[in-house]
Design a protein around this ligand. Structure first.
Ligand code: NAP
Ligand code: G4F
Length: 343
């Protein structure tokens, strides 16, 4: 019998890479998707549409993390061996506009899932992964940040993730649930949402290169982040659930770079002078900012034997090359039809 995994947030960046990884490993993969008025499965269509890919072991179920009874019913029906809770309102800036919603979906939904595990009688059988975040370190108390660094969240999103983190620990301690937190630092890829800063930069710079856009408007260029590669990081989620004992791990590259560094590296790759194209827009500033993140993944290396291979320069190259390809397609379409169409 293949192992059965349930992924919340399967349509997101990480969910799509994780689904791919688990299918490759022979898992039967179930994902919760939200009903939307337009298609929202672009990142997983290649896994779902072709019944010959991976033996068609991908199953999608409508549901919402705000809907506790639906989650409980799904767990009763599916009885998964592993649950990866990746679903969230994951945008930090948006969490300042919608703090209550973010608290509900990013924070409280963790209780819904953990209680559903108990309700469905799966506590001793299932393994649970919680997508925790370096955003919890916020106003950092130590540099670099480790599993021992106290949290000081600086956004409603960060506060919701702290709540979810401690609930995961609490269900591990109270009910002996195999529940682990991956404290993942920023991780990016060509599948990154286009409103996160890295993808916004690579998308805009490549479109500027192809004459499709004139300017890129950004907020704080001084913020520093520890950026890794999402495709690699999802392996850590899986590895954490293969350990005999549940635990919490920092996953990071142990390098930090500013948003400005990311801009310069991208525009340099395209032989463009960034200062001609990048302008400041205060709308992208946050009411309170996380100035510096850099993670020390020593525990992950020591206990699980994993370390990142892709570092900053290679990550920028992967993303810029992928977006240049999209911009070229967009340019060719416009030349042929006179119509602007985003690819
Ligand atoms: P993402 O691309 O924004 O994906 C978020 C996923 O959650 C999407 O599938 C989204 O569905 C789903 N979702 C949102 N609201 C939902 C709801 N009410 N009910 C059900 N599903 C809902 O995020 P990501 O970058 O893949 O990150 C995955 C997880 O890791 C998130 O929990 C994020 O907070 C956390 N994290 C991310 C990073 C990072 O740097 N990427 C770092 C640390 C932690 P739709 O497609 O329908 O919107
Ligand atoms: O790309 P960002 O929006 O990512 P942020 O806020 O670090 O959050 C991401 O990483 C977290 C892990 O630490 C995840 F938990 C979270 O779900 C998400 O994936 O912004 C990065 C930095 C910020 O300091 C922001 O102020 O870039 C700065 N920035 C400057 N101009 C901008 C912009 N951010 C965005 N999104 N858009 C801008 O125009």
């Amino acid at each position: 019998m293949p192992k059965k995994a349930l992924i919340t947030g399967i349509t997101g960046q990480d969910g799509s890479y994780l689904a791919e990884l688990l299918l490759e490993k022979g898992y039967e993969v179930h994902g919760i998707i939200r009903r939307a008025s337009t298609f929202n499965t672009d990142r997983i269509d290649h896994l779902y549409r072709d019944p010959h890919v991976n033996g068609s072991k991908l199953h999608l179920h409508y549901g919402d993390l705000a809907d506790g009874s639906r989650i409980t019913k799904l767990l009763y029906e599916l009885k998964p061996d592993e649950i990866y809770n990746l679903g969230a309102q994951s945008h930090v800036r948006v969490s300042f506009d919608s703090p209550e919603y973010t608290g509900d979906v990013t924070g409280l939904s963790t209780v819904r899932l953990l209680e559903a595990i108990r309700e469905a009688g799966l506590t001793q059988d299932v393994r649970y992964y919680q997508a925790s975040s370096s955003e919890m370190f916020g106003k950092v108390q130590h540099v670099p940040q480790t599993e021992e660094t106290p949290f000081w969240p600086r956004s409603p999103y960060g506060c919701a993730k702290v709540f979810a983190f401690w609930l995961t620990v609490n269900y591990r301690e109270a009910y002996n649930l195999h529940a682990s937190n991956g404290i993942l630092f920023n991780h990016e890829s060509p599948r990154r949402g286009e409103t996160f800063v890295t993808r916004k930069i690579t998308r805009a710079a490549t479109r500027i290169k192809m004459g499709l856009q004139d300017k890129l408007y950004l907020g704080n260029l001084d913020a520093q982040r520890d950026w890794g590669y999402a495709k690699e990081y999802v392996e850590v989620m899986w590895l954490m659930l293969q350990q005999d004992k549940p635990d919490d791990y920092v996953c990071a590259t142990n390098e930090t770079h500013s948003v400005r560094d990311f801009v310069i590296e991208t525009f340099n790759l395209l032989d463009l002078d960034w200062e001609k194209y990048v302008d400041y827009d205060k709308r992208y500033e946050r009411p309170s900012e996380v100035d510096l993140l850099i993670g020390d993944p020593a525990k992950l290396k020591k206990q699980i034997g994993w370390e990142p291979k892709v570092k900053f320069k290679e990550l920028v190259k992967i993303m810029t090359e992928a977006d240049l390809e999209l911009a070229k397609q967009e340019h060719a379409y416009k030349e042929a039809t006179g119509v602007n169409k985003s690819f």
